[in-house]
Write a protein that binds this ligand. Structure first.
Ligand code: BGC
Length: 840
């Protein structure tokens, strides 16, 4: 394996307009109206600065810089947005600047349970929006379902299921009076193993996130506006927000990354979701190359609205806005949940004074209203109807659940289970006479009721102490964050948590089986050294691994849970371990113990957790999940990508250099030649599959040097793409065109029906020598196919031009490189029985 070549000058930070400088500028504008002329001159000069910045970046492609990109591209109603834009433009034409200012900002509205409400223009019939969490179901209310979490759907590798889940979820949001569902999550992508929010996204790969995220957008947007988050390079919870520190402010961590890494890894899934038509993008808390994400003109103006031609609106993460006029100029359209920068008509005043271009304010309002029309929110219920602010007070109960969602909820729960070990046919269980059940995760948590005015977020359900809650409130590090939840873990914590209608626990479901099978059940849900009845046919141990927004995980395995497994295994030679896990969970403390006969990662299944795990344990259904991340043998095998960047020098400006480039998760293991315990894509079933018949029919031609492939978004030239027919929503049209297919035949050679997940990996020809990314294989296709015993299925992977392209930092374009592409088809990134190649 090649070694990661390090960028030559990784320590150079060269933001041409850093966050702090932009913020001061904003404050200055607010306080000193007399500086209008210099301000105007500066704004006029910005495009020039941008051009200089671009030149500089080309000369030093590996610099972690965030060049300015102005002016902000105006939405123009590309593609099927044209009707909505016409309507929005005529409404906004009748708005005063004050009204335009009003619709851009969050307002306090205590009459409903929405996590954010945006300003209205009642005179013109625009009521504003109810924005509400999140990607795994409607949160913090009654009458809704708790869906399988993002990571669980990632583990299902089932794009159809992702779509169906989002369809049901979106309809619930709509019935509750929500206009903008704050999901799905495709960032964090899972750069660091201990990342606190990795479980909210689908998995540690941009292609997987892009495909499943796009289907989620399509499903949600049949009812509401989806808000994909968090844009962009938001990979750790530690230092995610500024912290007040004895009169100073410690800024959010700066994710420092190069242009190629941005395109090929972190921007990649967002591009697929924009192409799928997402109406809203939430900018993140972190800084990117030293400039806050919500005032970063390179990422919002340049990448999102320019290169990807995004027509919807950009909303700040909650309290993620750190400046007034600079954030507006950088492309932020809406500030949530309230704002101190735009709340006193500052945008209106800035337009009147010339400090902000009128077209920008009009564009902000137009994008917000156009999205409302485009996604049918002009026909929606009243804001937050069906979501009372306080569930403890009398309210009308709005049941948003569709009875038809039941089978999908169970299917989601089933398909994210990944079986990684199964010795001597330990599973499935076959009418056991005696079963012993252990572990705090086997039964539902002891309480599940609202706590005070709001329904508790999961981090309160698990009983945080005062110091921890204080840490959350002040953005300071949370001391001793919990590693487990006492009770079946069906979802992670924080704003990505959901509100299950019920919690089916493993013990509940197994009890029902025991009744039918005449099985005797013995259990201990509290001890780490339980007594084991010697006649047990099997011992089931249920543990979990918790994770939440706000903190990164303190480790990848909880030692008490490991002790429990080891103790049970010392007395039971058929110990079966089930782990509800909100992310990577190491198992090497006991995985080689011969008495541990089977291990199932049960992830975060939502409210049907118990029902689903019982169907798998008893063999009604063969497990069909595959790991959407890499499990290492030991934590140190993750190298520098184990935990968050720490602000070790106690600097006021924490930095995090993404020197690994695109090599995260399995790419990192490949690039460093480290053997994992269980690799990305891995998972067992109750049958066996054979792979044959590889057919490669790819006709991708090398992008000629002369071809102008970059979208028109460069600084100072034009502010929209409206005259370029090669640009669609999502970017360059040709990127989404097919360049061919790879086919394979899958045979079920075992005795039971099961679903297989054939995966396609490509090794793209070596990139330029100044690249920070050594080439490893990358996921470029997957399918989920049910195959009956002795039958075969043909799978066909479609390759888009995007899938065979790399980002050329000098040409600022996606190019198909010349050379030999290696093709791997198989059951995981390391187990690829079919290999071949094509040449461009
Ligand atoms: C989270 C977002 C969430 C928002 C509203 C923020 O803390 O980062 O993901 O949507 O809160 O609850």
């Amino acid at each position: 394996m090649e070694q990661a070549s390090q960028p030559s000058n990784v320590n150079e930070k060269g933001p041409l307009l850093g966050g702090a400088r932009q913020s001061k500028f904003a404050v200055f504008c607010g306080q000193h109206k007399l500086v209008l002329i210099p301000v105007t001159v500066m704004i006029l000069l910005l495009p020039l600065l941008g051009l200089l910045a671009l030149k500089k970046r080309h000369a030093h492609a590996m610099n972690f810089t965030s060049p300015v990109v102005y002016p902000s591209p105006q939405g123009y109603g590309a593609g099927n947005w044209s009707t909505a834009y016409q309507k929005a433009q005529s409404m906004v034409a009748n708005m005063s600047f004050e009204e335009m200012n009003n619709v851009t900002m969050g307002v306090v509205d205590g009459s409903n349970g929405c996590v954010g409400v945006s300003g209205s223009a009642p005179r013109l019939g625009f009521p504003g929006y109810c924005l509400h969490d999140a990607g795994n179901g409607v949160r913090n209310t009654d009458g809704v379902n708790g869906y399988a979490s993002g990571l669980h759907i990632g583990a299902s590798w089932n794009a159809t299921l992702a779509y169906e889940r989002a369809q049901f979820m979106g309809a619930e949001f709509r019935r509750k009076g929500v206009n903008v569902a704050l999901g799905p999550v495709v960032g964090p992508i899972g750069r660091i193993a201990e990342g606190g929010r990795n479980w909210e996204a689908f998995g540690a790969d941009p292609y997987l996130d892009g495909i499943l995220g796009a289907q989620s957008v399509i499903g949600l947007q049949e009812s509401v506006i989806a808000s994909v988050k968090h844009f962009v390079a938001y990979e750790q919870e530690s230092n995610r927000n500024p912290i007040a520190d004895s009169g100073n402010t410690i800024l959010s961590t700066s994710a420092n990354l190069d242009d190629q890494t941005m395109h090929e890894l972190y921007l990649w899934p967002f591009q697929d979701l924009v192409y799928a038509g997402v109406g809203c993008v939430m900018c993140s808390y972190n800084r990117i190359n030293s400039t806050y994400a919500c005032e970063n003109s390179k990422t919002i103006n340049g990448l999102l609205k320019g290169e990807l031609n995004f027509q919807g609106f950009v909303v700040s993460d909650w309290a993620g806005q750190h400046s007034g006029i600079p954030s507006a100029d950088a492309g932020l359209d809406m500030a949530m949940p309230t704002t101190t920068y735009w709340n006193e008509r500052q945008l209106e005043q800035a337009v009147n004074s010339g400090a902000l271009n009128k077209t920008r304010l009009m564009d902000m309002a137009t994008r917000i209203v156009a999205t409302w029309y485009h996604l049918g929110q002009d026909q929606a219920l009243a804001l937050g109807a069906g979501m009372p602010p306080n569930l403890l007070l009398p309210h009308n109960y709005t049941d948003a659940k569709d009875p038809a969602s039941k089978s999908s909820l169970l299917q989601q729960a089933l398909e994210g289970h990944v079986l990684v070990k199964n010795l001597n046919g330990a599973l499935p269980l076959d009418k056991p006479r005696v079963l012993s059940i252990f572990g705090y995760d086997a039964t539902a948590q002891a309480t599940y009721v609202p706590d005070g005015q709001l329904f508790p977020q999961s981090w309160e359900v698990i009983g945080l102490g005062l110091p921890q809650l204080e840490g959350i409130a002040s953005n300071a590090p949370v001391p001793d964050p919990p590693e487990i939840q006492n009770g079946t873990l069906v979802v992670g914590g924080g704003s990505g948590s959901n509100t299950p209608a019920y919690i089916s626990s493993p013990y509940d479901a197994i009890q029902a089986r025991a009744y039918n099978d005449d099985t005797a059940l013995f259990f201990d849900f509290t001890s780490t050294a339980p007594s084991v009845i010697a006649s047990s046919d099997a011992c089931l141990v249920f543990v979990n691994e918790y994770s939440s927004e706000v903190w990164d995980r303190p480790g990848l395995a909880d030692s008490d849970s490991d002790l429990l497994v080891t103790n049970v295994a010392s007395a039971c030679n058929n110990t079966i371990v089930v782990i509800h896990s909100a992310g990577i969970r190491l198992v090497d403390a006991w995985i080689n113990n011969p008495n541990v006969t089977a291990v199932l990662y049960a992830h975060l299944p939502g409210q049907d957790a118990g029902r689903a795990v019982a169907q798998i344990l008893y063999g009604d259904v063969s497990p069909s999940g595959r790991l959407p991340y890499t499990v290492a043998k030991q934590a140190s095998d993750f190298g520098t990508l184990l935990g968050p960047c720490q602000n070790q020098k106690n600097s006021l400006s924490p930095q995090c250099d993404f020197t690994e480039g695109t090599n995260v998760d399995y790419r990192s293991f490949l690039a460093r030649n480290v053997t994992p315990r269980y690799e990305f894509g891995y998972g067992l079933t109750y049958t066996t599959f054979d792979y044959s018949g590889l057919e490669i029919a790819v006709n991708a031609t090398v992008t000629p040097n002369a071809t102008m492939v970059a979208p028109v978004y460069a600084n100072g030239t034009t502010n929209d793409n409206s005259n370029n027919t090669n640009i669609v929503i999502g970017g360059q049209r040709s990127l989404f065109e097919s360049v061919g297919t790879v086919r394979a035949t899958i045979s079920n050679t075992g005795k039971v029906a099961a679903a297989e997940v054939p995966q396609l990996y490509l090794q793209i020809p070596a990139k330029s020598s100044n690249s920070s990314n050594p080439t490893t294989r990358v996921l470029r296709g997957f399918q989920k196919v049910m195959v009956q015993p002795n039958e075969t299925a043909q799978v066909s992977f479609n390759l888009r031009r995007k899938d065979v392209s790399t980002w050329d930092v000098v040409r600022q374009a996606w190019v198909v490189p010349s050379g030999k592409f290696q093709v791997f088809v198989g059951k995981s990134v390391l187990d690829t029985p079919l290999t071949g190649s094509f040449t461009t």
